[in-house]
Design a protein around this ligand. Sequence first.
Ligand SMILES: Nc1ncnc2c1ncn2[C@@H]1O[C@H](COP(=O)(O)OP(=O)(O)OP(=O)(O)O)[C@@H](O)[C@H]1O
Ligand SMILES: [Mg+2]
Length: 251
Amino acid sequence: MSDSAFTARPASDGFNQQPSQAIGSSELIGEDPAIQVQHLGFRWYKGETVLDDCCLEVPRGEFWMLLGSNGSGKSTLLKLMANLLQPQSGSIHISPHTGFVFQNPDHQLVMPTAGADVAFGLVAEKLTPSQVRCRVEEALDAVNLLPLLRRPIYALSGGQKQRVAIAGAIARHCDVLLLDEPTALLDPDSQLDLVAQVQRLIKSRGLTALWVTHRLDELDYCDGAFLLEKGTVVDRGDPQRLKQRLMQMSI
Ligand SMILES: Nc1ncnc2c1ncn2[C@@H]1O[C@H](COP(=O)(O)OP(=O)(O)OP(=O)(O)O)[C@@H](O)[C@H]1O
Ligand SMILES: [Mg+2]
């Protein structure tokens, strides 16, 4: 499995209300966004503040990217969204069916084959063997890996491993994907194959994704982007405008 793709937020209403500030409807940017982060604050124990009044919203059915320099808080923000960390202030509203894809697939694929790894993520659902087989095949097919169902994980390329991780989330019927630099270890061709495939999946299945990257050419595939600086979102919106801005800043 893929803790690449675990169910991140068990709360039934999908609302992770931390010591939170009141949210007025006038503050809501979009209608029913799939991801809503309000006034989030986080610091490590005895550490410096990592996130400071961080706010963002990802519209349902869209593919957004999160950029920012090293140490700006991108991975911490995703871990908070995935309920792996708890904020000191603010709130996060996200689907209870959220999948997480880590930068290094070797940290998340734990079973010997592609099919077994995707199936392992379904254990908690108590499905029948034929339901599991059906879910696994459908999910691997969605990422064009069905022919590799029995392929050992060690014999997959880096991009194929990332697609197995994504298949794990699809098999569990996740509707939100959080991806933390999933292309960081891939060569340029595999990188663009993966981002294009994720874009197609999101559009064909009505999913929502937030994808962390440092690679500006990936901005050509998304609907919008956020720029994080010292734990605060300082810019958001049109990916091509942000691309121009970042090309000048060389993050
Ligand atoms: N487990 C931890 N304990 C204490 N501090 C941490 C821990 N993990 C990260 N940090 C610190 O939190 C800050 C934000 O780190 P984070 O990993 O979120 O940055 P990032 O934007 O993802 O960076 P990168 O682009 O290098 O991946 C950094 O100053 C980092 O040193
Ligand atoms: Mg990071």
